[in-house]
Design a protein around this ligand. Structure first.
Ligand code: ATP
Length: 214
């Protein structure tokens, strides 16, 4: 799923990732922890092919991130980050139908996804008029629709009530069952631990296992 060898990456000319080695196998889920500014979000964005490594080799779903990955690889990756990928002026249903269309799924899947994340009754509400937690639930609905092979979650529990947190668990279980893999960045080690096989710490640009996990 992910094979990084001696990957380095700078952001705004500051070194963030340094000679980083990382392997993530199919069927696995990994947690990433680290101090503020350590580069966790940057690492997820790199895995989502938003950056190219400055040096080293970064393979994701078999694609080399030295160049733009093929569209089928990009479609098989779902990144749910700090910022919503939804259009604020469109309704929840319109946004999710658009995502369903992008992924070649029937429009009914958008309605099913809204139901799955508990937003069916708010389907016609504009995203810009939804609460933060509702938007976060709708973001999770993107993954229900796209059924990614690689699921990348950046602080997925932030802003979610306890009921909605179970959706995160549901999505990670789903990706494992499809023989995909999940990467979960979190500051909350208690919520993270039961979801993943191992926890890695990003520090000084490299990943190392956190003792006591995996
Ligand atoms: N907008 C920006 N302007 C300048 N530097 C940035 C910017 N965004 C990221 N960086 C650089 O990238 C580094 C890594 O940032 P990143 O957001 O990946 O860290 P993080 O581990 O996800 O942090 P946090 O836990 O606070 O979310 C920062 O330390 C900083 O050097």
């Amino acid at each position: 799923m992910i094979a990084f060898t001696k990957v380095s990456l700078d952001v705004y000319r500051a070194p963030v990732l340094r000679d980083l080695d990382w392997r993530l196998a199919a069927g696995n889920a990994v947690g990433i922890v680290g101090a503020n500014g350590a580069g966790k979000t940057t690492l997820l964005h790199l895995a989502a092919s938003a950056y190219r490594p400055a040096s080293g080799t970064a393979l994701v779903l078999g694609a080399d991130l030295a160049g733009p990955p093929p569209s089928e690889v990009r479609r098989a990756i779902c990144l749910i980050g700090h910022h919503s990928a939804l259009y604020p002026q469109l309704s929840l249903a319109e946004n999710l139908r658009f995502i369903a269309e992008l992924h070649g799924r029937p429009p009914s899947m958008a309605d099913a996804a809204l139901q799955a994340v508990g937003l069916a009754r708010a389907a016609d509400r504009q995203v810009g008029r939804c609460s933060q937690g509702m938007v976060k639930r709708a973001e999770l609905a993107r993954a229900v629709i796209s059924q990614p092979t690689l699921l990348l979650l950046d602080e997925p529990h932030a802003g979610l009530d306890p009921e909605a947190r179970e959706l995160v668990d549901f999505l990670i279980s789903g990706v494992r069952e499809r023989a995909g893999a999940a990467v979960v960045v979190s500051h909350d080690r208690e919520l993270l631990a039961p979801l993943v096989d191992e926890v890695l710490e990003l520090r000084d640009g490299r990943l190392s296992p956190v003792p006591g996990f995996g």
